[in-house]
Design a protein around this ligand. Structure first.
Ligand code: HPA
Length: 273
């Protein structure tokens, strides 16, 4: 058994000593979506700090815990807060919670994040369905001995974001008359925001939105066969587009201001999965 898998099994055992809840759907609550957790019927909460070997977030406003509960009929596990590569963690540590949620039983992973808009037809506060991603600018989370128990050495990434889930989210947005753009998410390591030239380069590469999470989580989830979908909340236009400087507090405030619409779309979509 690999060291990474060993660590996962230890964390899994620690969770199973607390709850036998088997989630169907795993959700990562990015900036602006934290309020979703208040809408579910909770069963149990586990702070990451209680799980041996688990990475713990160091960023203010990113409190870290799993929340287990019911959204209507659906059995959910939420990650409230995630760790990022810019905190100094290896990509394989960053994706540990994703893998754990998969091992707990989740077949679907719903990713959310705040991101900077690269596509100039976006506007701050809009939502973007992630149709594909560019991840090669950050280290791949599968580097290292392959965890055979989870998946194959060279997993296919032709269709990372599940077509049927994407369609259901699109339909739900239409039903709610909620504007929903579509595009390609690019992950960079951060923590600095991009320069205007970075943003131009990312646009030439085909990116629609840029952020500091998500793509490696999606890779780890696909590696173990989970079905993946995701929505970015465009909290700001990426650097150089409006000429305004970016700061974390403003980005968080903007993400929070669309929270209600974001939560409604996520909840509606989950009910239709
Ligand atoms: N760049 C990178 N990450 C982000 C941004 C951005 O402009 N906004 C929110 N997360």
């Amino acid at each position: 058994m690999s060291k990474e898998y060993d660590k996962l099994q230890t964390a899994l055992k620690a969770v199973r000593e607390i709850t036998d809840f088997e989630p169907e759907i795993a959700l990562v609550l990015g900036s602006g979506l934290g309020g979703y957790a208040d809408t579910i019927k909770p069963v149990c909460e586990i702070p990451y700090s209680e799980l041996p070997g688990f990475p713990v977030s160091t960023v203010q406003g990113h409190s870290g815990k799993f929340i287990f509960g019911y959204d209507g009929e659906k059995k959910i596990v939420c990650m409230k807060g995630r760790v990022h590569m810019y905190e100094g963690y290896e990509p394989s540590d960053v994706v540990m919670p994703i893998r754990l949620m998969g091992l707990l039983g989740a077949k679907i992973l719903f990713l959310t994040n705040a991101a900077g808009g690269i596509n100039e037809s976006f506007h701050p506060g809009c939502l973007m369905l992630i149709e594909d991603q560019i991840s090669f600018l950050v280290k791949n989370p599968l580097i290292g001995p392959n965890i055979e128990e989870l998946g194959t050495r060279f997993p296919d990434m032709t269709r990372i974001y599940d077509e049927e889930l994407c369609r259901k989210i699109t339909d739900k947005a239409a039903e709610l008359s909620s504007e929903l753009f579509k595009g390609v998410y690019v992950q960079l390591s951060g923590p600095s925001y991009e320069s205007p030239s970075d943003v131009k380069a990312l646009r030439l590469l085909g990116g629609s939105a840029v952020g500091m999470s998500t793509a490696i989580e999606a890779i780890a989830a696909r590696h173990m066969g989970m079905r993946v979908c995701g929505i970015s909340c465009i909290s700001n236009m990426a650097a150089g587009i409006t000429g305004e400087e970016l700061n974390h507090e403003e980005v968080q405030k903007a993400a929070n201001s669309v929270a209600e619409r974001f939560v409604a779309l996520v909840r509606g979509s989950i009910a239709s999965f």
